[in-house]
Write a protein that binds this ligand. Sequence first.
Ligand code: XBP
Ligand code: MG
Length: 254
Amino acid sequence: MTSLRALIFDVDGTIAETERDGHRLAFNQGFQEFGLDWHWDENLYGELLHVAGGKERLRHYIDHYQPPLPTGIEATALVPELHRAKTRHYTELLAHRPLPLRPGIRRLMLEARSQNLTLAIATTAALPNVLALLKQSLDPQADQWFQVIAAGDVVPRKKPAPDIYLYTLEKLNLRPEHCLVIEDSHQGLRAAKDSGLKTVITVHGYTKDQNFEGANLLLDHLGEPDAPFTVLNQKPVDRHYLDLAIARQILESQ
Ligand code: XBP
Ligand code: MG
């Protein structure tokens, strides 16, 4: 029989809705700092989100939208500099105005900790951004809640490639059948599934119309005792918020 040993969380969009009012604003502040006449509005950002990773997203924007570049600077040199500035803006932004956690995140993590389950993070975002969010929104010592925080460039290929989940499993020294992933996006689902992991998806505005075929459970959010989730993929569930009992059922029954 399989048993649940670890929960692996994505960060952006899953733990908190960081994209529209966090990363997007920080990218725009970076553009301003560099004197660039670029602006990512909410709709454009939704299109750009199909490319995971801040540096990769910047490069994609330059290559496919061909915005004016500062004279004398190659895109290859500009992207890492711009991304460093964006990271600074993002962490400052969170320090001034922490973003709220999504429903059920803190509750589920606390339940896992109380039962000595392992927690891990597998994300495309850069490590300073992940740590800033965890410390500001979850707990000042939240980095110690996670046995592994796999982030950013620790693997060569970002989601939807499975690399970050395979890396996390290796660091945890666990097989996929003992872990459950919480994700929010199509790219995240593909990365997790291609690593052999079962996955719960919690959608939001930017991801609700994506293809989530293969998700073991598709929800609007994890739910709370007083704020039930809605199941979006017809899976029978006998509770109205995701707790470890459902997590175990998912691992054992499907
Ligand atoms: C998250 C991302 C990240 C953030 C930006 O994807 O795509 O790139 O938008 O982060 P996922 P950085 O939730 O699937 O991991 O600028 O720190 O790269
Ligand atoms: Mg995500």
